[in-house]
Design a protein around this ligand. Structure first.
Ligand code: CA
Length: 632
């Protein structure tokens, strides 16, 4: 493959920062990287609708160094749509600009844009409200935009739209907070949005047809998704509304994390980059097939210089233009270490507080060069500023994701006790330090926590299932590392259709995926939410739950022995002194306390920072519960 030769890399690696359309009131400069094209033109259009074929103007492009083609148009082109028209490998193609900053309906055509005109009032003063804190002070909640608001009892007006996150004072019929108010009350620091870049699986032209997708099918990497905008036809609307959303979240003290999916694209053959430079963006194996480690039909060749640049430029753009405070990388294990390090270096230069984490699963992929390290858990020491989803604590607490009926530690599986003990101290076997561990028991993938507990514990009472849920939450919130949960876990989220629980709801209807806010009007659900809120408050109250380094853990956290089979206990001697008992058994456990007076702050019913009782000598941990005590 010619692209993989050193000569090609040397000849055609472009380092400029001006690919795409650069607007000014006097004129717009277009630059397109297409080193193997015979010719390239820019076609200007009055609309973004591909059915309207009226071309305003054809701009021939001139080939310059490094495979970059350039055209200039004078006058104010803000709001004019355009495509790249090229002859490549004996084929004529017309595609959206891979560097498009704005697009029309369904992302077929790019749009020239004056980005400053999309800034909401006060945007220049908008900042990450949690900037300057280490990642272990974050409490991350994962949310799909549509799930947030579509429920009839959400109390929100802008159902399924970016603007739902700008609404204040929303509540259930019974008066319980919903939407952004709910997440503020809960105390989270970071809201992670499932894909909000322009993806392909929802038809933006059919807003009234029932459609749903998580959005792991990127089409235009540098543009917000249109179906979440009030008008997907006008390129500037989705940009403005996206920024309004970010600002509204920031104004409430919460940072915004984007789920980014650079490891594969929606359609490898129709992806605009691959059409302009055929096959360059994607890995191909030695049988000439697309590499498929992602399971989505194509793996991104991040190790190629202009793919790496594209990804680095894209992440930096979201941080610069949209004030994004963190990036969750889908299947980071398919991206190469050098690319991830370059992303972090490029973004951190101007945004030193941005968080980076992702899925570090080790996956088979056909690299285009042999000398490449992948960004998976095993290579965590090579990317010290990057955190990984911790499947050890996830599967340890709730049971394996690969067998629905496999119980975890909280459901009585004693074999996982050691793994949970390691993870409580931020010491999963693959993890170099707590700051690289994203601790969780639920995310959009697989069964929800409550469904998993239900399926893996046939015959259990509902009260037992709720107790196990609360115990799992206590472990996630109080383990060293970074707590993370799927929105709705905090009130027993379930995803069910007529056939039962749904373990992969990526294209399931709203009825399965929506957050069912009305449940909060029932005391059983509200109590679980209150328990989560208390755990989060406790976690945020002391640096003892937020250690970043293994050396801190080793000199501060000690196991308590002798509590009996499957029961875990820890002394924490940090800024304060704490005792933690994790009791997944059906028996009450007695802990002998060291000298002094101890305040109980977490028991089977309540969690928080206020004392629930004062103890000397001994304390009991109820069946299936966590107990946490703080020395007076
Ligand atoms: Ca779209």
């Amino acid at each position: 493959m010619q692209y993989s030769t050193a000569a090609f890399e040397k000849e055609y690696t472009y380092e400029g920062t001006d690919l795409g359309a650069t607007w000014s009131p006097e004129g717009t400069v277009f630059k397109v990287w297409a080193p193997t094209a015979d010719w390239v033109q820019i076609l200007l259009y009055p609309t973004g609708d591909p059915k309207n074929r009226e071309v305003l103007q054809t701009l021939p492009m001139e080939k310059g160094k490094r495979g970059v083609w350039t055209a200039r148009a004078s006058g104010d082109l803000n709001g004019i749509y355009y495509t790249c028209h090229a002859r490549v490998e004996r084929e004529t193609v017309e595609v959206c600009d891979p560097y498009a900053k704005a697009v029309g309906i369904n992302g077929h055509r790019a749009m020239v844009i004056d980005l400053a005109s999309t800034d909401p009032a006060g945007w220049e003063r908008d900042r990450d409200p949690n900037g300057g804190k280490p990642i272990t002070q974050a409490v991350i909640c994962e949310l799909h935009l549509r799930d947030l608001s579509v429920d009839p009892k959400s109390g929100m007006t802008h159902k399924g739209k970016y603007l739902a996150l700008t609404e204040k004072g929303t509540h259930t019929p019974g008066g319980e907070s919903t939407g952004l108010d709910h997440f503020c009350d809960l105390g989270i620091t970071h809201l992670q949005l499932l894909p909000v870049y322009d993806y392909g699986s929802v038809d933006e032209a059919a807003p009234d047809r029932p459609q749903y997708n998580w959005g792991y099918d990127p089409v235009n990497y540098n543009v917000p998704e249109g179906s979440y905008a009030t008008d997907p036809c006008r390129g500037e609307v989705r940009i403005r509304e996206f920024k309004e959303m970010v600002k509204a979240i920031h104004d409430r003290g919460i940072s915004v994390v984007m789920d980014v999916v650079y490891n594969h694209v929606y359609h490898r053959d129709s992806f605009c980059f691959n059409r302009l430079v055929p096959g360059y963006f994607s890995r191909i194996n030695d049988r000439d097939e697309y590499s498929n480690g992602s399971g989505c039909g194509n793996d991104t060749a991040s190790e190629r210089s202009m793919v790496r640049k594209y990804i680095v430029d894209s992440v930096k753009y979201w941080a610069d233009e949209y004030h994004i405070d963190g990036f969750r990388f889908d299947l980071a294990g398919l991206l190469d270490v050098k690319t991830v390090r370059q992303i972090m270096a490029a973004v951190s230069k101007e945004h030193p507080n941005v968080l980076f984490y992702g899925e570090g699963w080790h996956m088979g992929t056909a690299l285009t060069r042999p000398d490449v390290s992948l960004c998976d858990q095993g290579n965590a020491p090579l990317v010290p500023g990057f955190a990984f989803f911790n499947d050890t604590i996830r599967d340890g607490l709730r049971g394996s994701v690969f067998a629905a009926d496999a119980p975890g530690y909280v459901s009585g599986n004693g074999e996982l006790t050691g793994a949970v003990a390691d993870c409580f101290r931020g010491r999963a076997f693959w993890c170099p330090k707590p700051a690289q561990s994203i601790n969780y028991v639920s995310c959009h993938d697989n069964l929800t926590l409550f469904d998993k507990l239900t399926v893996s514990s046939p015959g259990a009472y509902r009260e037992q299932l709720i107790a196990r849920n609360k115990l799992a939450a206590a472990v996630v919130m109080l383990s060293q590392g970074v707590p993370f949960f799927q929105a709705g876990e905090e009130f027993l989220r379930t995803k069910r259709d007529a056939r039962g629980v749904v373990d992969n709801s990526y294209a399931s209807p709203d009825s399965v995926n929506r957050i069912q806010w009305g449940l909060l009007d029932q005391p059983e659900y509200a109590r679980v939410r209150d328990y989560y809120r208390g755990l989060i408050a406790l976690r945020k109250s002391s640096p003892d739950w937020q250690m970043t380094e293994t050396s801190q853990v080793e000199r501060s956290i000690f196991p308590i022995e002798g509590l009996g089979d499957r029961v875990l206990g820890f002394w924490i001697r940090g800024r304060e002194e704490w005792c933690v008992v994790l009791n997944p058994t059906n028996r009450e456990v007695t802990l002998n306390l060291p000298q002094g007076t101890w305040e109980l702050v977490v028991n089977e019913k309540n969690a928080g920072t206020a004392p629930l009782g004062v103890f000397t000598r001994t304390v009991q941990a109820a069946p299936i519960s966590a107990a946490v005590l703080r020395k007076q």
